[in-house]
Ligand binder design. Structure first.
Ligand SMILES: [Zn+2]
Length: 374
């Protein structure tokens, strides 16, 4: 992964490149972003740039021996730490652990913008809380005790440090207190509010924003068979989340539109049996589909707000979506829309923390139902 492989984020990239040129790379950095932010790819591109033997003005060269290894995720001085959950089925646990780096590399190669849920799916993990275990933190300490192999320093990328088991977190904390001279730590978090404040305070923070719609559009237009009208609509729905945008491209709009419309109608009519069956259907979606549904609903709520504010020309919806917005506007006040938005955002966060999808969705449905009937 090089900076050029990541759409947008020019300011953040420039800042990182400048830190290398000025010789001011902090020993412990925290790349924080919201769900869908490209902070992991950025950390990897940064490591590649740091190790590159012929650094260019704005990117790693991509061809030197260090780049060749980093692009295949086999550079011996780029270390990765990531969470794992138990594996599904009767796979041999020891074998699985031994092969995990292979899985990790193929995950990064196949899903350059993959997120936590994609990773669990990739190695066949259980749909439970994945953690960075105490054993894992021992591995970190072990890796740090070794001299760099090929470079003059090591880069250690810790993905989802918020998933660290408390004993692992304490180990890391000690290291961050007195970081070894030849190691750069990059913590990559999409849930930084769950990190120990002591970890945050020992790192230099880099906030990685979500992409602009235009960056998402340019990226999607480069993919096979992209239709501009659909790309523009999907970019608006994804709201800067590239992974979500790619997923939305594979879906037909009517899928979630009719589901969302029926769900909100059921909330409004206090049709609890239907809401229970909705929660069951929702539970059977995979994580990405669940998030897609919530994001799409949030998008339609934003569009309804715009319509109510009289900003019809800003609306990106069309056809049956516009009809929905008109009908929906009759029962929705600004305050109801805003409250529904925060309920859905909360549900999205709870899903990210691996709560039970059925319970989360049912709980949200009941709250929205009360809100619409208040
Ligand atoms: Zn290079």
């Amino acid at each position: 992964m090089r900076f050029a492989d990541i759409p947008g984020l020019k300011e953040t990239k420039d800042r990182l490149i400048r830190s290398v040129k000025d010789g001011k790379v902090a020993h412990a950095q925290l790349f924080m972003g919201r769900e869908g932010a490209l902070n992991l790819p950025l950390a990897i591109a940064y490591a590649t740039y740091l190790h590159c033997l012929q650094r260019g003005e704005s990117d790693a060269c991509g061809t030197c021996p260090a780049c060749a290894k980093n692009l295949k995720y086999i550079h011996p001085d780029t270390h990765f730490v990531f969470p794992l959950s138990n594996i599904k089925g009767d796979k041999d646990e020891d074998r699985f652990r031994a092969d995990i780096m292979k899985s990790w590399r193929s995950f990064l190669l196949e899903n350059p913008f993959g997120q936590a849920g994609d990773w669990t799916l990739h190695y066949g993990g259980e749909d439970k809380m994945a953690i960075i275990s105490k054993e894992e933190s021992r591995e970190i300490v072990k890796a740090l005790s070794l001299k760099p192999f090929e470079s003059s320093f090591k880069v250690m990328i810790i993905w989802q440090p918020e998933a660290m088991h408390p004993s692992a977190a304490n180990g890391i904390l000690k290291i961050l207190e007195e970081p070894p001279a030849n190691t750069f730590f990059i913590l990559v978090s999409n849930n930084a509010e769950r990190l120990l404040p002591t970890i945050i305070s020992r790192t230099q923070q880099i906030v990685v924003p979500l992409l602009f719609d235009d960056d998402v559009i340019s990226y999607l237009m480069g993919t096979e068979g992209a239709d501009r009208e659909k790309v523009v609509r999907v970019a608006a729905e994804a709201d800067g989340n590239l992974r979500l945008a790619a997923e939305l491209m594979t879906l037909e709009e009517t899928d979630h539109h009719s589901q969302m419309a029926e769900w909100l109608r059921s909330c409004y009519k206090k049709d609890f049996p239907r809401l229970v069956s909705f929660a069951e259907e929702f539970h059977d979606f995979d994580r990405l589909q669940q998030q897609t549904f919530l994001q799409y609903t949030l998008h339609m709520l934003r569009e309804t707000l715009l319509a109510q504010a009289g900003a019809e020309e800003l609306l990106r919806s069309r056809g049956n979506e516009q009809k929905f917005i008109r009908d929906f506007s009759k029962v929705m006040t600004v305050s109801r829309i805003e409250k529904t938005q925060s309920l859905l955002t909360e549900a999205s966060g709870n899903l990210e923390r691996n709560g039970s999808a059925k319970m989360i969705f049912l709980h949200t449905s009941i709250q929205v139902s009360q809100l619409l009937n208040s």
